[in-house]
Design a binder for this molecule. Structure first.
Ligand SMILES: [Ca+2]
Ligand SMILES: [Ca+2]
Ligand SMILES: [Ca+2]
Ligand SMILES: [Ca+2]
Length: 509
């Protein structure tokens, strides 16, 4: 636990981004969700926001976020970052023209950008949508299935069951949101709507984060919050060495007596108490004797690093964050293990004979770390029009014994069982949206200028719309097309916008 005085001018510049939060608490966890790329932190009360067990008053995490950073072809770092006092993320989807973030329709629709929905509501909708007198609940009708293409938003935003295959979300005809878990909170964010407080240049990122929980008789699942994120490169930047990860401020009850560690084989980054009594501190309740352990598991890809947040927590530069996300310290230097070998997994052996903070004789501390996750992109290049998916789980395990490492040993078994549960769900993490063209690198349009027909190459199955410069819809192809016919329109400039968010100008002569 820590309290920072906010720099007033900095706070003013980002206050709207901190103005909304929600809470997911359908199982044994009560977790604060914000609409700015950070979570498990209550900005209003300046307190930890990951309470487990629910209603115990005991929290295990003070702050967590998702961040991304990569290099453009000129070696310029582009990044979307956040810390305790500022964020580069803004609510709402990415749009191409900066002023379109300011349209009244965009602001009214996305100023909150948090959608809370429960599985029972969806099941009821599926069963009764066609009944006489049925009214579609607002959590179903407000689901952001489609963006406004005329405002430069992607046609498809959040996933939905598209019964008639027309790519339009129509809940009044029985279509419904596709979520995970018994309750979910979706946040759609972009990094394009404003100057980045971090000082980094913008990526052109659209980030969808779905937090979800299951109400389960299995304690491992009932004590877990899942984080499903999808990262879209909606801009024009080709970013190499693209790194994603989380800044994590574990505070296990009393924040002052914690240790952290890593179990790379289980893709697990964790915190445990540095002694067997987590006494209350500063008015906040501790977990008491034989305290639990808490961790983050990477479910669909690997945990690539888990290192201390050196130089932080605030006012790190973008390049320092890129170093930390890469598993270096903030200066870009390697970490070394007890055998003097380079490692990106700090303290990766449990037990009294292992390499850990206890056997190193380190003082208990207020742990702050950065975890890096594999994007799954083989060459590490985050290309325009592509997306990737990252699934995480926050896991919790009590200490079944008075063994100092008992909670960690238990946590590893919990992490494995949560992984097994996740695997049985068969979630499609690479193509949740049927329209996403992950391998679509570029679209060729020719001839351009044209007197009539224009051939489209590279995006034949991607829906698109063509608009005139005054915004009039000229053509809409919901299934995509290999050519368009502009022979009937007058000479001028036309804009073709694909559902992926990419657009191009066409000159009709
Ligand atoms: Ca439809
Ligand atoms: Ca503690
Ligand atoms: Ca203690
Ligand atoms: Ca901490």
């Amino acid at each position: 636990m820590k309290r920072f005085l906010l720099n007033s001018s900095l706070f003013l510049s980002v206050s709207c981004a901190f103005s909304q939060q929600s809470d997911i608490s359908i199982n044994n966890v009560s977790a604060v969700i914000n609409n700015n790329g950070t979570f498990f932190h209550d900005y209003g009360n300046q307190t930890a926001g990951y309470e487990i067990p629910k209603n115990s008053g005991k929290n295990a995490i003070y702050f967590m976020n998702l961040m991304g950073a990569g290099m453009d072809p000129n070696g310029q770092l582009k990044a979307a970052l956040s810390d305790y006092v500022s964020t580069d993320f803004f609510p709402g989807p990415y749009v191409q023209d900066f002023q379109n973030y300011q349209t009244p329709a965009y602001v009214s629709r996305f100023s909150e950008s948090l959608w809370v929905i429960e599985k029972t509501t969806i099941d009821d909708h599926i069963a009764h949508w066609n009944d006489a007198g049925y009214v579609v609940p607002t959590s179903i009708s407000n689901w952001p299935g489609n963006g406004d293409v005329t405002n430069g938003e992607s046609l498809i935003l959040a996933p939905f069951e598209d019964l008639d295959g027309d790519n339009l979300y129509e809940p009044e005809t029985g279509e419904y949101p596709i979520i995970r878990g018994d309750k979910a909170i979706l946040s759609i964010l972009n990094d394009g709507a404003g100057i980045h407080p971090s000082g980094a240049q913008r990526i052109g990122l659209e980030l969808h984060i779905l937090f979800y929980q299951y109400n389960s008789v299995d304690p491992a699942i009932n004590n877990t919050t899942f984080i499903h994120s999808r990262w879209y490169n909606r801009g024009t930047q080709t970013l190499s060495d693209f790194k994603v990860g989380s800044s994590i401020d574990f505070d296990l009850g009393n924040s002052q007596d914690d240790y952290y560690g890593t179990a790379p084989a289980h893709n697990l980054a964790y915190v445990y108490n540095a002694d067997l009594n987590d006494e209350s501190n500063g008015g906040l309740p501790g977990y008491g004797v034989n305290p639990p352990a808490v961790g983050i598991v990477a479910l669909n890809t690997g945990l690539t690093s888990h290192v201390p947040l050196t130089g932080g927590p605030n006012s790190l530069s973008p390049i320092q964050y890129h170093n930390l996300l890469s598993g270096y310290d903030n200066f870009g230097s390697y970490f070394y293990d007890d055998n003097n070998q380079i490692t990106t997994y700090m303290y990766n052996e449990e037990g009294v004979n292992g390499w850990n903070q206890y056997t190193e004789g380190l003082a208990p501390e207020d742990v702050r770390t950065v975890a890096g996750f594999d994007t799954g992109i083989s060459d590490g290049i985050f290309r325009p029009l592509s997306s990737f998916c990252l699934d995480l789980a926050v896991v919790y395990a009590e200490n079944p014994s008075s063994d100092f490492f008992g909670s960690v040993a238990h946590l590893i078994t919990v992490a494995d069982s949560v992984q097994a549960f996740y695997d049985t769900q068969m979630y499609e993490c690479q193509s949740t949206l049927s329209l996403e063209q992950a391998d679509l690198v570029s679209v060729e349009l020719f001839p351009n200028p044209t007197t009539g027909f224009v051939t489209l190459k590279g995006a034949e199955n991607v829906p698109f719309e063509v608009h005139s410069t005054d915004g009039k819809l000229i053509l809409r192809e919901m299934k995509g097309a290999s050519f368009i016919d502009l022979s009937h329109v007058q000479a001028g400039i036309y804009t073709i916008t694909f559902s992926t968010g990419t657009s191009a100008k066409i000159c009709k002569q």
